[in-house]
Design a protein around this ligand. Structure first.
Ligand code: ADP
Ligand code: MG
Ligand code: MG
Length: 214
């Protein structure tokens, strides 16, 4: 399984980097409202480094888990900024969760990987739902995948429903005031604009879905 999945990991991260290239400006604009405007640049740098690292690992004959682990390291090292460290940790934790369940069905493995990634972000960044961070989109996404996996729903429907929930949650962050991160000092100014990290989370998982789930 692990060796066969390595090309899927490489393709998914390539797709993520391509989507973030298209969104770079928009994410920068969102982050400039109350933050420092670098979210688009940082995410693109992180994802590009991650895609490259995964590709190098796959070419060296490593399996999917090792590719993901290298990708997480590269993302954290090269992105810069809070989101880069958090995404690096999240991807590393997702890799670990996949390694622990080689034989589970795809929906269960995906739900476990996403949950582990979100848990790592929460453990490291200390955010809870409502703080106006990526966690506001990530938590409902993980919960929806878990529900669907437990109910035996087919993966495509599960991912689509989870993305609908996460996208609504990301848009709903527009009404919130940031309680963490660089946008906090200018919290009032951010009201009316969604959290950039929540928006990028949704688009990244949509990109992953388009590659991983047929
Ligand atoms: P920086 O704030 O260092 O410039 P970015 O602009 O790349 O980093 O990322 C900002 C995003 O990071 C925010 O929109 C938010 O979603 C996320 N973020 C910031 N702090 C936290 C945290 N403690 N926990 C979870 N997410 C966070
Ligand atoms: Mg920023
Ligand atoms: Mg910054």
């Amino acid at each position: 399984v692990d060796a066969a999945e390595a090309p899927v990991v490489v393709a998914a991260l390539g797709r993520v980097a391509a989507v973030l290239r298209d969104l770079e400006e928009e994410l920068g604009r969102l982050d400039a409202v109350a933050g420092d405007g670098d979210h688009g640049r940082g995410m693109l740098r992180g994802a590009s480094a991650a895609a490259e690292a995964a590709s190098t690992a796959a070419e060296a004959g490593h399996g999917a888990v090792a590719c993901l682990r290298e990708a997480g390291r590269a993302w954290a090292d090269r992105a810069g900024g809070t989101s880069g460290v958090l995404w690096g940790a999240g991807i590393g934790a997702a890799a670990h969760a996949l390694a622990a369940r080689p034989a589970a069905d795809p929906a269960t493995r995906a739900a476990a990987a996403v949950r582990a990634g979100v848990a790592a972000v929460v453990a490291l960044g200390g955010a809870t739902v409502g703080d106006k961070t990526m966690v506001d989109a990530a938590e409902p996404f993980a919960a929806a995948l878990e529900r669907a996996a437990a109910g035996g729903e087919p993966s495509a429907a599960a991912w689509d429903a989870a993305l609908v929930d996460a996208r609504a949650a990301a848009q709903a962050t527009a009404d919130l005031r940031p309680r963490l991160g660089r946008a906090r000092p200018l919290a009032e100014r951010s009201v009316g604009t969604p959290d950039p990290g929540a928006v990028s989370f949704v688009e990244i998982l949509a990109a992953v879905r388009s590659v991983v789930v047929p």
